[in-house]
Design a protein around this ligand. Structure first.
Ligand code: GRF
Length: 224
């Protein structure tokens, strides 16, 4: 059965770039569509626009420099240990990857089992990795979309939480398709976070089942 949390869900967002998905989450929280609080926005890029967005909204922005770890043999794990320390310091409950251009290691995945989400601009399992929108056009697909999934060590491989589809038009370029998909990303990522906040996601193997909402103030929240 789903249940209400005693406090807003404590989120950390890891982002490397422009941060439009971060912004969608911020906006959804501010509009009270998502019952959560962002306790840290973390980046591996000092000048990431995502960090600037965090500062604008008085959120904690943290740059974790990858350079000092570069020479170490287990540099990816060592870097993730530094990230983990930040997450633990802030009592993070759910980690959101939002345009985070690093592949996370078992250090993070084991510390946050089914508590790290990612958004990817394709209908997984088609087109994991980079340039997903371009790949979908070049393959000749008629439909593309985006996927929110739990994160495992494999790239874009974890259990699927929500997906949204959009058409691919004959005149589409990677850019026009990416823009159409991005609009959907900004809808489904906050929705997935809210489902988690309401404790309504049940993982059964590869499947993530969405439980019916508990009556809240006389209404029943539906998955759509
Ligand atoms: C999005 O298309 C997301 O699906 C992918 O990286 C892009 C990040 O965009 N993982 P933004 O930084 O959230 O604007």
């Amino acid at each position: 059965m789903s249940s209400r949390r005693p406090h807003p869900l404590r989120l950390a967002v890891l982002a490397s770039g422009r941060g439009s998905n971060l912004q969608a989450i911020i906006d959804a929280i501010e509009a009270r569509r998502v019952d959560a609080t962002i306790v840290a926005v973390i980046s591996n890029k000092k000048d990431a626009a995502a960090l600037e967005r965090a500062r604008k909204h008085n959120l904690m922005d943290i740059f974790v420099d990858p350079k000092p770890f570069a020479g170490q043999p287990d540099n990816r794990e060592a870097y993730d240990r530094a990230i983990l320390a930040v997450l633990q310091q802030h009592d993070v409950e759910l980690v959101l990857l939002a345009g985070y251009m690093k592949i996370v290691t078992t250090v993070l995945v084991n510390a946050f089992p089914h508590r790290i989400m990612n958004i990817h601009p394709s209908l997984l399992p088609s087109f994991p990795g980079l340039d997903a929108q371009k790949q979908a056009i070049e393959w000749g697909c008629k439909v593309a979309g985006c996927t929110v999934h739990f994160v495992t060590e494999g790239v874009d491989e974890g259990a699927i939480i929500l997906q949204a589809a959009v058409p691919i038009l004959d005149q589409d370029t990677a850019e026009t398709l990416a823009a159409r998909i991005l609009k959907e990303e900004h809808k489904i990522y906050p929705k997935a976070v809210q489902l988690f906040a309401e404790n309504r996601l049940r993982v059964e193997g590869r499947r993530v089942l969405i439980e019916q909402g508990m009556p809240v103030d006389g209404a029943v929240i539906s998955p759509s």
